[in-house]
Design a protein around this ligand. Structure first.
Ligand code: NAD
Ligand code: UDP
Length: 338
């Protein structure tokens, strides 16, 4: 298949390009590089020994999308391109709604014009309401999002679902990711956040590297076994492969299909730190800090539907995630910068 990957230079996009190329697909990537750089794609070429086409530009530029669809016979689209920082979305809601919804609308319009019928959309566990019981199954309540980023994903899910419903030859998969972490085992590709990391794993790796003084554990008084927050961390390579399963799955299924991509297991902040220290033989300096506003105590997936229907499960362990994250970070202390 020839796959258009939007946001292909980003963290999840670049790892998915590797898996697509290694499975024998052709890849066309498009990215405006607002949160990434071209070097990640050079690393994709290095790891796979294969070429991919790259267009630098904004998805809201419909002319660019029309040109891409004219120049390539695209079979399906994986749509990663979005702004994703929860805190920033609270300060810049219009930018987040404008970018994430604008990009999705212009992509759907260009797909419509070009007659491209298959779409895999990157969504997030953040679309689930906070009052659900764990684990979260795909039919748990959604909405009541606590920030504009979450609402933008919720609205885009609606858009791509209605897009699918309006023409029964369209096939759409909505994938709700839990907590993607880790890096490609080669150590050549990984997460390279700009500025101070918001997420746990890059904060840990930068702390061990000495770029941050110590990890702030946001709360140790949650109703969890050790008092720290519990999340469903999923290895980036497992997550990337979930997209290949989704492409196969939707091939014969019109309409919209929704799947969680998670492991179904919760891991606490303290457990993650302990695993990181043990696997890598390092110390992670930590201190207890106040709870972070908007954080849930516990969040993990019900992974049954993905296993049964999609035929996909995550099998890489927390130890794999810690080892690969550190391998990437220590080999690339400044990320993709030389
Ligand atoms: P990322 O920032 O590394 O990648 C997103 C890419 O999209 C970046 O390279 C950015 O430059 C590009 N982009 C953004 N807006 C664009 C636009 N208008 N036109 C063209 N390119 C644009 O983020 P990621 O972690 O790889 O996330 C990919 C997707 O997965 C996003 O949709 C995100 O919301 C979703 N997601 C991520 C996580 C996570 O924890 N990383 C969790 C759940 C969902
Ligand atoms: N966390 C933490 N310190 C940090 C970053 C995160 O203690 O510097 C905790 C956070 O409170 C949550 C877990 O780690 O319990 C995962 O946070 P992350 O931001 O990575 O993911 P999300 O909250 O979006 O699930």
């Amino acid at each position: 298949m020839k796959v258009l990957v939007t946001g292909g230079a980003g963290y999840i996009g670049s790892h998915t390009c590797v898996e697509l190329l290694e499975a024998g697909h052709s890849v066309v990537a498009v990215d405006n590089l607002c949160n990434s750089g071209k070097k990640s794609l050079d690393r994709v070429r290095e790891i796979t020994g294969k070429e991919l086409d790259f267009y630098e530009g904004d998805l809201r530029d419909e002319g660019l999308l029309e040109r891409i669809f004219r120049q390539h016979k695209i079979d399906c689209v994986i749509h990663f391109a979005a702004l994703k920082a929860v805190g920033e979305s609270v300060k810049k809601p219009l930018e987040y709604y404008g970018n994430n919804i604008g990009a999705t609308l212009s992509l759907c319009r260009a797909m419509d014009k070009a007659g491209v019928r298959k779409l895999v959309f990157s969504s997030s566990a953040t679309v689930y309401s906070a009052d659900n019981r764990m684990p979260l199954s795909e039919n748990a309540k959604t909405g009541d999002c606590t920030n504009p980023y979450g609402w933008s994903k919720y609205i885009c899910e609606r858009i791509v679902s209605d897009f699918a419903a309006s023409d029964n030859s369209r096939r759409v998969a909505v994938l709700r990711y839990f907590n993607p972490v880790g890096a490609h085992p080669s150590g050549k590709l990984g997460e390279d956040p700009k500025g101070v990391p918001n997420n746990l794993m890059p904060y840990i790796t930068q702390t061990v590297l000495g770029r941050r003084e110590c990890l702030n554990i946001f709360g140790d008084d949650y109703p969890t076994p050790d008092g720290t927050g519990v999340r469903d961390y999923i290895h980036i390579v497992d997550l990337a492969r979930g997209h290949l399963s989704a492409l196969e799955y939707i091939d014969g299924r019109p309409g919209v299909s929704v799947f969680n991509l998670g492991t179904g297991k919760g891991v606490s902040v303290r457990e993650m730190v302990a695993a990181f220290e043990k696997v890598n033989g390092v110390t992670v300096p930590c201190r207890i800090a106040p709870r972070r506003a908007g954080d849930l105590a516990v969040c993990y997936a019900d992974a049954e539907k993905s296993a049964k229907e999609l035929g996909w499960s995550a099998f890489r362990t927390i130890e794999d995630m810690c080892r690969d994250s550190w391998n990437w970070q220590k080999n690339n202390p400044n990320g993709f910068e030389e």
